[in-house]
Design a protein around this ligand. Structure first.
Ligand SMILES: [Ca+2]
Length: 427
């Protein structure tokens, strides 16, 4: 089932804001022709859940002030028309505070302790968290996983999109709670993983999948084995670091004002420019400091990697799987099979890709670990009749959908993305 032409696709944004998450939220809110944001469901990740929640409310307040300002262009106000007091409510729900298993970690090294470069503690509190959420933001006490399931139930099967911008813990919880309902999701645009490139949090792991590799395994390995999926897999499209890192936007286009040094704030800078400029100042310095000063070139290095906004762009523009083909409108997807490491001392969150016998002309079977667990092997061999040879009792299952996702391997382009993104958010 696809949305009728002109009807925006219902979208759930599962997120851990987070600087690039806030920019991604703005992009979704500024795209009312294509998507209708039904819920913002929160997870731990870049920061803790209480900061993530505060950051959504804070962003809502900044946006409201920006849209109420007479100097904000009409075109920008029109873009954000779904963010008005009388618009459809956008449910805000808190979810998982820690990964399904293992240690809880955050990315404060990049996003700051509050997820937004410490804007929470600036003098005079220039971007305050309102006491009550600003309409259309509509907080609920329900768990994020229940809100995700509610929204899927309220819409025709395979018509709801999810953009997953943080660890996948809420999605895994929703699947385990009601697999039949969750199986009716239309598409899940996931920012996560690193396949053929190095990680960004550890040498081998991307942050979201490092923060909760167990949830990745639930959605990619456990789900296709569940009867609710009837031999299918979940419609997961992965935007890995392989493609998100390439989609950069010059920091100079994003940071037009900053409040970190109030005296420097340019006259006439808009609310949104001050907010974005302020919370990007710390990540900009962090990224730029990774390059030796003598090798630093602004054109090559002073760049914001728009990981989460690219996942939102996918949810806005890429065709839905139920439309027949996900490829189209200059997006391309390639099947990718992997297993995720959950407990390695050095390799938590690493995507293990089987590269054996994958050259052209090879017909040898890929997959599996050929070394056998001696004890497990013994259980598989049972002597039922001493007169016939030992045989295996294990049932053969069709495993072709297990460990498989659709990796996004082409977008409409880096320049297209940067232009569209800046225009839409209103910078
Ligand atoms: Ca994120």
């Amino acid at each position: 089932m696809t949305s009728a032409k002109g009807t925006p696709t219902p979208l759930i944004i599962d997120t851990d804001p987070g600087v690039d998450d806030v920019l991604a939220l703005l992009l979704a809110l500024a795209s009312p022709d294509e998507v209708a944001v039904k819920a913002i469901t929160l997870t731990f990740g870049n920061t803790t859940l209480d900061h993530a929640y505060a950051n959504v409310l804070r962003t809502g307040a900044v946006l409201q002030r920006h849209l109420a300002d007479p100097s904000t262009p009409e075109a920008v106000k029109k873009r954000y028309r779904s963010f008005s007091a009388d618009a459809e409510p956008i449910v805000i729900a808190s979810g998982s505070t820690e990964p399904l298993e293992g240690k809880m970690l955050t990315a404060s090294y990049f996003h700051g302790r509050d997820g937004l470069s410490g804007v929470n503690w600036l003098p005079d509190d220039p971007f305050p968290v309102p006491k009550d959420a600003i309409a259309p933001l509509s907080p609920t006490d329900k768990h994020a996983a229940d809100v995700i399931l509610d929204i899927i139930r309220q819409h025709p099967p395979h018509s709801v999109r999810i953009a997953a911008l943080g660890p996948l813990t809420n999605l895994a919880a929703a699947f385990r709670k009601d697999p039949e309902t969750f199986a009716k999701v239309g598409a899940i645009s996931v920012m996560g993983g690193a396949f053929d490139v190095p990680g960004n949090t550890s040498p081998v792991a991307e942050f979201n999948w490092y923060a909760d590799p167990y949830s990745v395994r639930v959605l990619v390995d456990e789900a296709p084995r569940h009867p609710a999926l009837q031999g299918r897999r979940l419609p997961i499209q992965v935007l890995a670091l392989d493609i998100t890192s390439e989609h950069t936007v010059p920091y100079s286009s994003l940071v037009k004002a900053t409040y970190e040094t109030p005296d420097d704030t340019p006259q006439g800078a808009s609310h949104l420019e001050r907010y974005i400029g302020t919370f990007l100042t710390h990540p900009r310095a962090f990224t730029n400091n990774l390059v030796a000063p003598e090798e630093f070139h602004p054109d090559q290095h002073d760049l914001f990697q728009a990981h989460d906004p690219l996942a939102i762009a996918h949810a806005i523009f890429a065709p839905m799987p139920a439309s027949g083909s996900m490829d189209g409108k200059r997006w391309k997807h390639t099947p990718r099979r992997f297993q995720i490491e959950t407990s390695g001392d050095l390799t938590r969150g690493f995507c293990v890709v089987d590269r054996r016998f994958t050259g052209s002309g090879s017909s040898r079977k890929i997959g599996g670990n050929r070394a056998e667990d001696a004890e497990a092997e013994e259980e598989l061999h049972v002597i039922e009749n001493a007169d016939v040879p030992v045989h295996r009792k294990k049932q053969k299952t069709d495993e072709s959908q297990i460990g498989l996702v659709d990796e996004v391997t082409r977008t409409p382009g880096i320049e297209w993305f940067a232009k569209m993104f800046l225009e839409r958010i209103g910078l």
